[in-house]
Design a protein around this ligand. Structure first.
Ligand code: ZN
Length: 240
């Protein structure tokens, strides 16, 4: 029986939904983010705002939510040439991958997460990777996750589960999942409360824009991350 989890929690829509998923399914939950010289500290601030809002609104979850961890992984800056770490525009490259892609980044993150989980006595690593929307990222695919689960479990000689609640759902379904999880936690308006909380406090925009407010949250509205979030929200709204 798995009862404890570490959530890879960047403060975006996906990882905020993963946090709600973890708080629903596990008894003790800790959060982890990586600071690798992103251009926008805004993302790291959003994480704390989401955590705080969850604690305020969902007392049952507050009791389960434990320590937050921030690991310096600035070494990635030394091996990447991307718009996440340098001032270049986000674009698609001839490989079909966006230039935000850092080769093996997620493999490194999972390895660090597994090592931390081991130290903290946590049995599960929860991550918001998804094949549906960003199928271009090979280190987010289901096969990669399964291989990592095996490699990390063998390499640390302790069974580790990698839980990927968003793997086969799209961004519209991710909004629905948040609504369902919130409702499950609190039948008295919890669904809407969790969606509102994610809209208000989570951050997805690549450009770090927090000045423009849309029905789906803050962001520039035109970068690939904003477009994905906006279109998912619009499709989800249309179904209601
Ligand atoms: Zn944006």
């Amino acid at each position: 029986m798995h009862t404890t989890a570490l959530v890879l929690f960047s403060g975006g829509q996906d990882s905020s939904t993963c946090l709600a998923h973890a708080l629903t399914h596990y008894q003790r939950v800790e959060t982890l983010a990586f600071d690798y010289g992103q251009r926008h500290a805004v993302e790291l601030e959003a994480r704390l705002a989401v955590r705080e809002a969850i604690v305020q609104r969902f007392p049952a979850w507050a009791d389960k939510l434990g320590q937050d961890h921030l690991l310096d992984s600035s070494v990635l800056g030394q091996i990447s040439e991307t718009s996440l770490t340098r001032d270049t525009a986000i674009a698609m490259e001839s490989s079909g991958l966006p230039n935000t892609f850092v080769p093996g980044r997620n493999l490194l993150f999972l390895t660090l997460a597994a090592a931390l989980a081991y130290r903290r006595g946590l049995q599960v690593v929860v991550t918001g990777v998804c094949e549906t929307d960003f199928s271009g990222y090979p280190d987010c695919r289901d096969d990669t996750m399964k291989a990592m689960q095996v490699a990390l479990s063998l390499g640390m000689d302790r069974r580790l589960l990698i839980d990927t609640p968003l793997m086969w759902i799209d961004k519209a379904q991710t909004w629905q999942l948040a609504q369902d999880l919130g409702q499950q936690a609190d039948a008295n308006g919890g669904g809407k409360a969790l969606v509102d909380l994610i809209v208000e406090h989570s951050h997805t925009c690549y450009l770090g824009n927090r000045s423009l407010r849309h029905p789906w949250g803050y962001g520039c509205g035109t970068c690939p991350a904003c477009e994905l979030r906006a279109s998912g929200h619009a499709r989800w709204q249309a179904q209601h």
